[in-house]
Design a protein around this ligand. Structure first.
Ligand code: FAD
Length: 407
């Protein structure tokens, strides 16, 4: 079998290599990654890893021995610098050149940097990999700090919740008028904001950071907002979104636009080059347009699809997206896509922290956001996969319970 080179040893790259082997692929697989410890599970990095309840070993997707057992060549500390499509080779930053029959681009994303003066002061961090999380964990261990989180997205809010749980003084600054505006319904974002405030986080909406100021020794000291308000800070975490890593795709002359553009089989316009996970822009069947998703589910399910295509059994990627987040005692789960809805129906008890928000577009269920209602989440995923004629009127009926729907 022809050799497979996977650029990026994160969730998507790792799962592609494993899925190839479990399908019986016999050829050489080389997984090229630039994060030394090897592929890791990122969700704990903004949650349990920061409190110490999850260790570095537990974050690794597999120990080093696994790669030898599976005959997967793992090159850590290297990167794919460029792709030569005519010769079917990739050039690594180390100078090594690797031939490929199929090339898989699984390069993920990198955090956006804050475009204001002072953004490179000591004590201003972003969070993507294990090394970032270790740096943050060490700073959150010890005496209380004055932490400012810039951005009320998932990572920002999870870090805020974790830091608050560790006793730090936390301010969150969000430019949009509500938290997680792109990802969640207003009902859900309002509930999360209320929880943060109840837990003692100062959460400022519709406010922008204008500058960061140092203490004279190069360490961050003050966060200045638009309008001139100054907030004392000895630690700043920037969580203002990510940018897809598209350099290898660009070097190959492939189509790129907020991600590497692929078809429903996750193939670029070069039939020997695939892209998946956080870096890929694919036709979202539920969305009816090209989308880019940032979730473990998306990376893992797409990995199975790419492995099948490389093994000569291609299928169109149609998985229903799902995602989760944990903040304080609120376990949020999202099934489907809730952006673009025109009607929502809330079931349960938002104040008590157990509820679900059903989202409809043109009368059709498109997604369900649940807090501490795992059964709703599980059933919603099944319904969205199978197709459902559930209407807003049914969900609005008193005593409606998804568990009691005829299966
Ligand atoms: P990544 O896992 O980012 O892997 C890409 C890898 O490619 C990286 O190691 C990158 O350094 C490397 N790379 C980049 N360029 C090159 C190159 N040229 N050559 C070689 N390697 C390269 N998702 C959830 O569903 N639930 C959660 O609760 C959740 N929490 C999260 C918390 C944090 C702190 C973070 C950062 C993410 C979280 N996510 C969560 C998102 C989830 O981790 C990602 O969607 C997932 O890791 C995407 O997998 P990926 O392989 O596409 O990208």
């Amino acid at each position: 079998a022809h050799p497979v080179v996977v650029a990026g040893a994160g969730q998507a790259g790792f799962d592609t290599a494993c899925a190839l082997r479990s399908r019986g692929f016999q050829g050489r697989i080389t997984l090229v990654g630039d994060e030394p410890p090897g592929p890791c599970h990122r969700p704990p990095l903004s949650k349990g890893y920061l409190t110490g309840s999850v260790t570095a070993d537990e974050v690794l997707l597999r120990p080093a021995s696994f790669f030898a057992e599976q005959d997967i060549e793992l090159l850590t500390g290297d990167r794919v610098a460029s792709v030569d499509r005519d010769r079917h080779t990739v050039l690594l930053e180390s100078g090594l050149r690797l031939p490929y029959g199929s090339l898989v681009l699984a390069t993920g994303c990198r955090p956006r940097t804050l475009p204001v003066p002072g953004a490179s002061l000591t004590g201003v961090l972003s969070l993507r990999g294990l090394a970032d999380a270790e740096d943050l964990r060490l700073r959150l261990t010890g005496p209380p700090r004055q932490l400012v989180v810039v951005g009320a997205g998932f990572i920002g809010l999870e870090v805020a919740a974790t830091a608050r749980g560790l006793g730090h003084e936390v301010t969150v600054v969000e430019a949009q008028p509500r938290a997680l505006a792109r990802a969640l319904t207003p009902v859900m974002s309002d509930r999360l904001v209320a929880e943060h405030r109840a837990q003692g986080v100062r959460l400022l909406l519709g406010r922008e950071v204008a500058a960061l100021h140092g203490d004279g020794g190069g360490r961050v000291h003050v966060v200045e907002l638009d309008g001139g308000e100054r907030i004392a800070a000895d630690l700043v975490v920037v969580g203002i979104g990510v940018l897809p890593n598209t350099a290898p795709a660009l070097s190959a002359g492939l189509l790129v636009g907020d991600g590497v553009v692929v078809d429903e089989r996750l193939r670029t316009e070069d039939p020997d080059i695939y892209a998946l996970g956080d870096c890929a822009r694919f036709p979202g069947p539920q969305a009816g347009r090209h989308i880019r998703l940032e979730s473990v589910q998306n990376a893992s399910d797409q990995a199975r699809c790419v492995a099948a295509a490389i093994c000569g059994e291609p299928y169109a990627y149609t998985s229903v997206p799902w995602f989760w987040s944990e903040q304080y005692a609120l376990r949020l789960q999202i099934a489907g896509l809730t952006a673009g809805h025109d009607t929502t129906v809330t079931v349960g008890d938002p104040e008590g922290g157990r509820f679900s928000v059903f989202c409809f577009r043109d009368g059709r269920l498109t997604g369900v956001e649940s807090v501490n209602r795992p059964a709703d989440h599980g059933i919603a995923r099944r319904l969205l996969t199978a197709g459902t004629d559930l209407t807003p009127a049914t969900v609005r009926q008193p005593g409606f319970d998804l568990k009691k729907l005829p299966r």
